[in-house]
Design a protein around this ligand. Structure first.
Ligand code: GDP
Ligand code: CA
Length: 328
């Protein structure tokens, strides 16, 4: 079976671990978010791609959920001693090697997708990991603070400001001219099932869908498309996804996120009646937690199951439920 999933960082990676355990023989392609990417100290850093690669490759810090296990931060301490920031971005020593290799390859002219493939040769994540695009797209957030209205890099808003300053807009810069990376559109079009893990609907899945052609490919694929809600009982399980949803005018609820993605209406509802808004028409199935049973998404089948990825077994059960709704 060919499975294609869109993924952000921690939520996506944990779900994908369940996909691999539930379907050990499947051919899994992951389309990763690169909108969180940032250049620091001259190094190109791709946090979401690395989180997927380290998690599936067995190198992730179990405690933090990002970065490397057995990590030290000597270089970061030395930079701080020079007064060189930013202090809010955790750059571990082991992790630095990944950024050095990536930056060296990018500077030599390799596209990001080739770099990811090279890095994955070491980590063997068990999936084909593709960046959403080889072009540079960076999410910026418009805020107003003591310095007035300005746009900051997503990482500054998320890590330094903890998303506590309201976002007036969240903009995936240069997404409109980006091209999907090689293999991305085919992976969606030729899949047997397309999965939207419980990744951030705005700055992870939303950013991937903002690359022209990707949203259309999901909408048009012959494969069933099933999403898993990252919102349980009106709150993001982890992180500040509510601040992102508020910024785009979507309520923090499992139902509202499902409606935001929109039902495809292939079963019962004609497409014109399904969803609404710019992301209408992506989902055949939507998984919500049992506390959100009763949520309805026009044009999609909604199934309520426990959605906390507390351990691998619980995550596998979520994946099986998603496959059940997909009918594959
Ligand atoms: P990030 O890039 O590291 O922020 O990770 P993602 O975008 O892939 O996923 C973040 C989202 O995962 C958060 O908004 C959470 O709502 C969601 N999440 C985290 N843990 C769980 C869980 O156990 N169950 C569900 N349903 N969602 C989760
Ligand atoms: Ca992320």
């Amino acid at each position: 079976m060919r499975v294609t999933a869109l993924a952000g960082g921690i939520g996506g990676a944990r779900f994908l671990r369940g996909v691999l355990a539930a379907l050990p023989d499947a051919d899994v392609t992951v389309i990763g978010n690169t909108g969180d990417d940032i250049t620091l100290h001259g190094l190109r850093i791709c946090p979401d791609l690395d989180t997927v690669m380290y998690t599936l490759g067995g190198g992730i810090s179990a405690e933090r959920g990002w970065g490397r296990e057995d990590e030290s931060f000597v270089v970061a301490e030395e930079l701080a001693a020079y007064g060189v920031g930013p202090a809010w971005f955790g750059l571990g020593d082991r992790d630095l090697a990944t950024h050095l290799v990536r930056t060296e390859m990018l500077d030599a002219g390799y596209p990001l997708s080739d770099v990811v493939r090279a890095l994955c040769e070491r980590w063997q994540p068990g999936v084909r990991l593709l960046p959403m695009t080889d072009d540079r797209v960076e999410t910026h957030v418009v805020i107003t603070d003591d310095d007035g209205q300005r746009a900051v890099h997503f990482q500054e808003w998320w890590l330094r400001l903890r998303a506590a300053v309201p976002a007036q807009a969240i903009v995936p810069l240069r997404a409109e001219t980006a091209k999907p990376a090689p293999g991305v559109l085919d992976a969606i079009g030729e899949a047997d099932v397309v999965l939207l893990p419980p990744s951030n609907p705005v700055v992870s899945i939303g950013t991937i869908l903002a690359v022209p052609g990707i949203r259309e490919a999901v909408r048009e694929t012959a494969a069933p498309v099933v999403g898993v809600s990252p919102i349980i009982g009106g709150t993001a399980v982890r992180g500040m996804a509510d601040a992102c949803l508020t910024a785009i005018g979507v309520e923090t609820s499992a139902q509202a996120v499902g409606v935001h993605y929109g039902g495809r209406g292939r079963a019962a509802v004609p497409p014109a009646a399904a969803g609404g808004g710019s992301q209408a028409g992506l989902l055949d199935g939507w998984l919500v937690d049992t506390v959100d049973a009763g949520a309805a998404v026009p044009g999609a089948t909604v199934l309520a199951r426990p959605l906390l990825m507390t351990d691998l077994e619980a995550t596998v059960a979520i994946v099986r439920a998603a496959l059940e709704v997909a009918g594959v």
